[in-house]
Design a protein around this ligand. Structure first.
Ligand code: SF4
Ligand code: F3S
Length: 114
């Protein structure tokens, strides 16, 4: 069991979630964060912290598409434990549809040291 980060995170990336994770399982990409399914202890603490409800349990229907993305990129991106200032456009990308197709990036967050 794990929680997964989904499309709503893309270009919002508020990072409130990372502050409450007891086992540091968030990883930062250029466009979004992901959770390591191998490290997550399924505590659920992060989900209510996200202002755009991007984090769901793997039992949620949304998770099927996003679990492989969380698994793949948590092995490639740097770990993040501290909140970052949200990007200038974060509010503008709330509730936007089709963010994966428009903005997803496989690159790591350049502002987080590996
Ligand atoms: Fe971390 Fe708990 Fe969220 Fe898993 S469910 S990512 S362990 S805060
Ligand atoms: Fe993303 Fe929400 Fe965390 S927008 S960075 S999952 S607080």
């Amino acid at each position: 069991m794990t929680f997964v980060v989904t499309e709503s995170c893309i270009r919002c990336k508020f990072t409130d979630c990372v502050q409450v994770c007891p086992v540091d399982c968030f990883y930062a990409g250029e466009a979004m964060l992901v959770i390591s399914p191998d490290k997550c202890i399924d505590c659920g603490a992060c989900a209510p912290e996200c202002p755009v409800d991007a984090i769901v349990p793997d039992t949620d229907a949304l998770a099927e598409r996003w679990l492989p993305i969380n698994a793949e990129y948590s092995g490639q991106w740097p770990g993040i434990r501290h909140k970052l200032p949200p990007g200038a456009q974060a509010e503008a990308h709330r509730d936007e549809a089709g963010k994966f197709e428009k903005y997803f990036s496989p690159l790591p967050d350049p502002s987080v040291p590996h």
